[in-house]
Design a protein around this ligand. Structure first.
Ligand code: P6P
Length: 333
């Protein structure tokens, strides 16, 4: 494959196809630069006093890590001057961040989880940044929560960075999924996979099995069948992985197949699930579907859910199409 940079990739798209315009190209480049800065900050770890708690909580009531706050600031500062955005929303902020009046505003809304899986950061396990791009509704000049409440099918772009042994940027504009690897010597993201595809079948599942006693019957049935292995109804053995960092688990599935499940459970019946719809489930569902996979909440396609709250939670079952179909079928039985 031609080793072209993210910038070359985007400029060639802008010239050849109508999927992207100058503002969206700038948005993606700016977000990629912010992810590079986050990768560098993470890489310093304790050497820069970056680990540990920030001594604050986010709207979810979760203790924030220093790097949660730093990553959020990096994304805000990187994006607010460019004139491509109308506003930004983040897992780490109660309400949308307005673009300061000293900067021009654009047509896009950017949502992100600046550092997903941050509970892993202190034990040096892969974490990531997840982002989603929507269009600002016509005529909305001060976008509030409601301006962001659009179904996942309205996304024009979605992506994630995974900060692992290498730093990768995975991106979709609605025409397939591309993967770029950060070349730390040149500072560029270089195209390393032009078309990521998820195998329709898999022998690997990802779920936090410590929640088993809280699962609904269809999930319990599905996992029991996998655990029964060759002598069970599936007639084969399965392997399990759980990184507890959605970006790392999803990237593994994009790379070699698998099914990721964070189902609704009875641990807290008031919650529809643990993961957030707007800046975790929707962008990941968009990417997974664009790579030939599927993503539901057990009952319906995630991208079709009409949001009611900026930080609403949702059950997530995504990955290899045939396995997601099976689990979703068990919910309908
Ligand atoms: P648990 C990280 O906190 C996260 O939001 C996802 O990245 C991850 O998949 C999940 O929660 C892990 O949850 O309950 O296993 O710690």
């Amino acid at each position: 494959m031609r080793r072209i940079t993210l910038m070359q990739y985007l400029i060639e798209l802008e010239r050849q196809k109508d999927w992207i315009n100058a503002d969206l190209r700038l948005l993606i480049e700016v977000v990629s630069r912010a992810c590079k800065a986050i990768s560098i900050a993470i890489g310093k770890g304790e050497l820069a006093g970056m680990l540990g708690g920030a001594g604050s909580q986010n709207i979810q009531g979760e203790a924030q890590k220093k790097l949660d706050v730093i990553s959020n600031e990096i994304l805000l500062e990187a994006n607010e001057w460019g004139g491509h955005l109308a506003a930004m929303a983040s897992e780490e902020m109660d309400h949308p961040h307005q673009i300061p009046h000293r900067f021009p505003r654009g047509e896009y809304l950017l949502l992100f989880d600046p550092l997903d899986g941050s509970s892993n950061i202190d034990v040096n396990i892969s974490v990531g940044t997840i982002f989603s791009v929507l269009r600002c509704p016509e005529g909305v000049t001060e976008p509030d929560d409601n301006a962001f409440l659009q179904p996942g099918t309205a996304q024009v772009c979605a992506g994630y960075a995974v900060y692992g042994p290498s730093t990768l940027l995975v991106l979709t504009l609605g025409h397939g999924v591309a993967c770029f690897t950060l070349d730390r010597e040149t500072g560029s993201f270089v195209l390393t996979q032009g078309e990521m595809r998820i195998p329709e079948d898999t022998g690997e599942f990802a779920i936090n099995a410590s929640n088993m006693r809280f699962w609904e019957p269809p999930v319990k049935r599905y996992i029991d069948e996998l655990l029964a292995g060759k002598s069970g109804p599936r007639g084969r053995d399965f392997n399990m992985r759980w990184v507890a960092s959605m970006v790392a688990d999803v990237h593994r599935i994009l790379t070699r197949g698998g099914i990721f499940m964070y189902p609704r459970d009875t641990k807290d019946p008031s919650k529809a699930g643990k993961l957030r719809l707007m800046y975790e489930a929707n962008p990941m569902a968009f990417i997974v579907e664009q790579a030939g996979g599927a993503a539901t909440n057990g009952r319906e396609r995630i991208l079709g859910i009409r949001p009611t709250g900026l930080h609403q939670r949702v059950a997530v079952i995504l990955g290899s199409k045939n396995e997601v179909g099976r689990v979703t079928g068990y919910h309908a039985a």
